[in-house]
Write a protein that binds this ligand. Sequence first.
Ligand code: COA
Length: 402
Amino acid sequence: MSAQPLRIGIHDISFATAHQVLDLSEIAEHSGVDVGKFYVGIGQSEMSMPAADEDIVTMGAEAAARILDRHGAEGIRTLLFATESGIDQSKSAGVFVHGLLGMGENCRVVELKQACYSATAALQFALGVVARDPREKVLVIASDVARYALDSSGEPTQGAAAVAFLVTVDPGLVEIEPVTGLHTDDIHDFWRPNHLSTALVDGKYSLAAYLRSLEGAWNEYQSRGGVPFEAIDRFCYHQPFTKMAVKAHDRLNTIVGSPLDRDQRRAQIEASLHINRRTGNSYTASIYAGLLSLLNDDGTGDGAADGADLAGRRIGFFSYGSGSVSEFFTGVVQPGYRALLRADEDAAVLDDRVSIDYARYRALHESVDEVRGEDILTAAETSGPFRFAGITDQMRQYQRRG
Ligand code: COA
């Protein structure tokens, strides 16, 4: 008798973002653009804006701390940190988080990079580690600060957030199914040379490249025995801005010749858009913020969609990272998943941010490029559990509060 295949997937998921927020009406007013272009045209209402004492490490640590508070660090022997906005060319941001969280020394920690895709690479690698030894637990952290030049067309699609998730056998939230479809293409649709703190993007080209990759990844997913479109109940896309997910899902419906009307198509993705609409782009984290948003939707609260119980339902994921690498895969939501969520806490993470005005946003944006390696002490601007305290002798210093 052959052994039952292992069920492996996402056991718990948590989210954090920067503690300041800019309403996109502030950028609209400054640039003389109708705010409808942002609220409706690109589907974004706000962007999280890190203070001087916040970065990918503080957000990543805050998201991961919620997972460790519940499950402890015992048994986590791998920490994968996915980011586009790394803070050191050599040392993994994950090692800073490992230290801040007081995790055990018998742990491998590494950072992964491929624009917005690398958290999905981390998920796939984590599944492999657990498949090889089911005693293993892998902590994945996706954390990014999306930055474009001031007054550029990408500016309203900035943002910041982190998502942490724990990959184990017999997962509580979503079992990840084995079939995937991949697509890689060596292009320059979005990239960030080492000397720049802001990304370069050919916006319209990146949209077209994203849609072309979706078709390539979907076709390979089908050719490798993936389930048909009709067997997938909800879809969760990488969201550089939420309208991109709408465009992508419309395109997938066209590719498969689906008879669904506009409202039916929208119902398959709506619940996944809520968090990203308010954080702005979070690069690697955005698709997993989309998953959390989808799972948290119970038909109540801000941005609620249909509130359907998703237990036993299949989610289709499309992860895209410019440059470009993409992957289509699926997961099945587990019975009892709702009892494991922290929807009220996640809502508070968004609601409790401090609003800033355009002048403050602009000063913060410009201040990033003023840091050139000299010693600095950052002001304690935010009240989060972790802070970036400054740089001493070229070394970044972090603190845990409380
Ligand atoms: N009310 C409602 N909608 C409006 C509007 C208004 N007053 N004014 C414009 N719009 C709509 C446009 O019709 C367009 O919708 P469509 O795409 O469905 O046709 C949308 O708003 C955007 O307008 P557009 O003129 O295309 O904006 P833009 O030239 O400033 O560029 C992006 C928009 C998204 C391309 C740009 O912000 C960008 O490059 N962002 C980064 C992209 C990225 O992250 N790529 C990485 C890869 S995934």
